[in-house]
Write a protein that binds this ligand. Structure first.
Ligand SMILES: [Zn+2]
Length: 583
């Protein structure tokens, strides 16, 4: 159906796609050069009147040379209403339906610009109404300042109309401002249009500069999406206009929309530099899963410790010192902003070892509120015989004391001046005296169970891995059943599990919630493409382990799309197969 647009990379709601014009190009991108081409599809599209889909324009792009009379093109479209060429439907944001076109342009985008909530409502409404493998176009509104946020929200196609018009009106646009040209003694740019002497710089040059600035910003956006780091950029870029910051926060409140589109793991570091980082999906999802899925399986006291800059924490100098004292007599849980609390079994699990934060030693009220809320929920779910807080005064202790009071707990504090000074470490040892150590085996078993809980759901660790043995060395743990058949391997980079076929069968037979992809009657090798997918569980996220099954094959692999996207898409890689067997 949609042969002319394919999504290649995803970063939350933002995507890098390929628009298959005569020379293919990567989205998010400007398409007004296509608009200017006389025989183009874009210029021939028109509004779909309410309730009258028969007049929907589905016009061929390559079939007509430039200059072909519109009537000829139109008659062609009417004659071949199902013609399989790139096409765009122009629709109003309060009336979006799936018309089977490659792209959708919202006709009323002007009215939502400048209003965070209205913009988000329009984008989310449109995206939820049209298939995931179609492009969404915002015409006449993109500027160097707003285009990153628009792409982040889920818009794929733009034009330079607004930027060019503003230029001819004497407005010089940058990613942070819209200057009056006459106010600029010096041009803050070195693009080709800005190379000439200031006094010779005309409004036409200004228009060209605006377009260049827009193109450059889109190139940054595409790079950021490919790197999985657009959000870090948005948290800074949106600051340049209040309504863009409002739009970012409105999007954060659209949990379902963003969560479905956010991968459960990736290589990119999260740059925790603003208060808004606390509200991003990766952070909220970790906090949610740790407090609703994870369960502590140790009988030992809880030892709360501060996080470390080195990740995973256990490799840091301070945590090595803690460990020398604790010696597996306590269950180590690190407190950190922006993640919340990290039980030792999940210290490698994304994003627990994939973030960098600004180190000032001062906690904001937002951070304290967030971490104390997570700690409270954690302690409501997990009971310990004793709680030791080996945390410094600044921030950490305040948070622990809040939770102690709210839950009416009795917590032992062991830090004198600094967590690693001799007196503090002696206090910690004293607080743990008489406690028994747990074994390496117990620690490894509980680690794979904790990861299974985290990835698959509450109770999954016990359902799947009640009776196991582990080999190899942490964090490269191999999980085997009692007959020594390998079931899964821990993936240290992301703190996840990758299953074998035997592990996948055990997963299917267990009570743990499965993530299934139903395919047609073929035996997949390598990649499963979306057209081969019959159905997929809606809970599947990019990066999830998935059971792939059809009349001819049973396989285990990793999701490259979210579940609904696999079922809806007609192009692109749905998942990568690791092991397969024919039925
Ligand atoms: Zn310039």
């Amino acid at each position: 159906m949609t042969d002319y647009f394919e999504v290649h990379e995803r970063d939350g709601a933002a995507r890098v796609g390929e628009l298959r014009l005569s020379s293919p190009r990567s989205t998010p991108t400007l398409v007004d050069d296509v608009l200017e081409d006389g025989g183009s599809l874009w210029s021939q599209s028109r509004e779909v009147p309410e309730g009258d889909e028969s007049t929907l324009t589905v016009l061929p792009h390559r079939a007509f040379p430039g200059g072909t009379a519109p009537e000829v093109q139109e008659s062609f479209a009417v004659e071949y209403p199902d013609v399989d060429y790139p096409s765009v439907a122009v629709v109003s944001s309060d009336h979006v339906d799936d018309h089977g076109t490659d792209a959708y342009a919202l006709s009323n985008v002007q009215s939502v610009m400048g209003h965070g909530a209205a913009l988000v409502e329009a984008v989310v409404g449109a995206r939820e109404a049209i298939p995931t493998d179609t492009a969404l176009m915002f015409s006449g509104v993109a500027t160097p300042r707003n285009v990153a946020l628009l792409a982040y929200a889920g818009v794929d196609l733009f034009d330079a109309t607004a930027a060019v018009v503003k230029g001819t009106e004497g407005r010089y646009l940058t990613t942070d401002e819209a200057y009056f040209l006459e106010d600029l003694d010096e041009l803050p740019c070195s693009c080709p249009a800005c190379q000439q002497p200031r006094e010779e710089f005309t409004r036409e040059d200004c228009a060209e500069h605006n377009r260049n600035a827009l193109e450059a910003e889109l190139a940054i956006v595409r790079r950021r999406i490919r790197d999985g780091r657009l959000r870090d950029y948005i948290e800074g870029q949106a600051r340049h206009d209040q309504w863009l910051t409002a739009a970012m926060r409105e999007l954060d409140s659209q949990w379902g929309y963003l969560e479905e589109r956010t991968p459960i793991l990736r290589d990119a570091q999260i740059n925790a530099a603003t208060e808004d980082t606390l509200r991003r999906v990766e952070i909220q999802r970790f906090a949610d899963r740790v407090t609703t899925r994870y369960r502590n399986r140790f009988d030992n006291p809880l030892v709360l410790v501060p996080c470390s800059a080195t990740k995973p924490y256990s490799e840091s100098q301070s945590h090595r010192q803690f460990h020398d004292v604790i010696q597996w007599r306590g269950h180590l849980v690190s407190m950190t902003s922006p993640i919340g609390v990290v039980p030792q079994e999940l210290e490698t699990t994304y994003p627990a070892q994939h973030y960098d934060t600004v180190v000032t030693g001062r906690w904001s009220e937002d951070e304290k509120g967030f971490v104390s809320d997570v700690l409270q929920r954690y302690l409501e779910r997990n009971e310990y015989p004793k709680i030791i807080a080996h945390v410094p005064d600044e921030g950490y202790r305040d948070i622990v004391e809040r939770v102690e009071k709210r839950l009416d707990l009795d917590i032992t504090y062991t830090v004198a001046e600094h967590p690693t000074d001799d007196e503090s470490l002696a206090n910690l040892s004293e607080a743990l005296s008489g406690e028994l150590t747990y074994s390496k085996r117990e620690r490894e078993h509980n680690t794979v169970r904790a990861i299974a809980d985290y990835l698959l759901g509450d109770g999954a660790g016990d359902d799947l891995f009640a009776n196991i043995q582990t080999t190899s060395r942490y964090p490269k743990i191999q999980v085997r059943d009692s007959e020594d058949t390998q079931l899964a391997t821990m993936v240290p980079q992301y703190g996840t599990l990758s299953f074998t076929l035997e592990g996948a069968k055990r997963w299917v037979d267990s009570d743990a919630p499965t993530k299934r992809v139903e395919i047609d009657g073929f035996v997949p090798h390598g990649s499963v493409l979306a057209p081969g997918v019959v159905d997929a569980d809606e809970e599947i996220r990019v990066g999830d382990e998935v059971i792939v099954e059809g009349p001819k094959a049973f396989a285990i692999g990793r999701a490259e799309m979210f579940g609904r996207e696999m079922a809806e898409s007609t192009r692109g890689i749905a998942c990568e197969i690791r092991h397969v067997e024919e039925k």
